[in-house]
Design a protein. Structure first.
Length: 193
């Protein structure tokens, strides 16, 4: 086996432990989520057990990260991400992040048109942050109905009935960060002097 592969395999244990601690999970929680015993997980993290696909695939799925990121494999091939737009409810949604868990980022494009849609508020688990890049976005949030203009942002618990769409006949473009389990975006600012 080449030294590069041996180096990657040796680094998997500490990487798995760091990821588990970063996510605030216990070995017992991870064992329940993956079906891998606590002792096997512990031996993987300490380097006493050699990683294999049978163990790494459920871990990658549980952490919602690509397998190559989980093992720290060296970069290969084309580094570009090929985004696949989703067309839903009259808008184009472009996922900007990969994986099913944790905070997710999206770019939304609502094309201009001669008809303004009537709000149909929905609720679901999570927390959302949005920022308008271009145009005007009408937001209905519970009893509130307001317009976000270019450069404005809003955040809300998605268990509150909500809806958003064009505020004018012009197109609107905005970003959202969505935490499906209620994760919130943290803005870091310089300390006050």
């Amino acid at each position: 086996m080449s030294d590069d592969i041996e180096d990657v395999l040796t680094s998997v244990g500490p990487r798995l432990k760091a990821l588990r601690l970063q996510r605030g999970r216990t070995l017992a929680e991870l064992a329940e989520a993956t079906g891998i015993s606590i002792s096997t997980l512990s031996r993987l993290e300490s380097g006493q057990r050699r990683p294999n696909l049978e163990l790494l695939l459920p871990l990658a799925r549980s952490y919602a990260v690509p397998l190559d990121e989980l093992v720290g494999a060296p970069a290969t091939g084309d580094p570009r991400i090929h985004l696949r737009p989703i067309n839903r409810h009259g808008q184009t949604i472009i996922p900007l992040s990969r994986g099913a868990g944790g905070m997710q980022a999206f770019k939304h494009l609502i094309a201009g048109g001669s008809v303004l849609l009537q709000p149909e508020p929905k609720v679901h688990e999570g927390y959302e942050w949005m920022y308008v890049l271009r145009g005007q976005l009408r937001v209905v949030l519970g009893e509130r109905d307001f317009v976000l203009k270019q450069g404005e942002a809003a955040e809300f618990d998605t268990r509150t009935p909500h809806w958003f769409g064009r505020a004018t006949f012009e197109s609107v473009e905005f970003l959202t960060l969505f935490g499906p389990q209620g994760e919130r975006m943290h803005v870091r600012a310089a300390p006050a002097k």
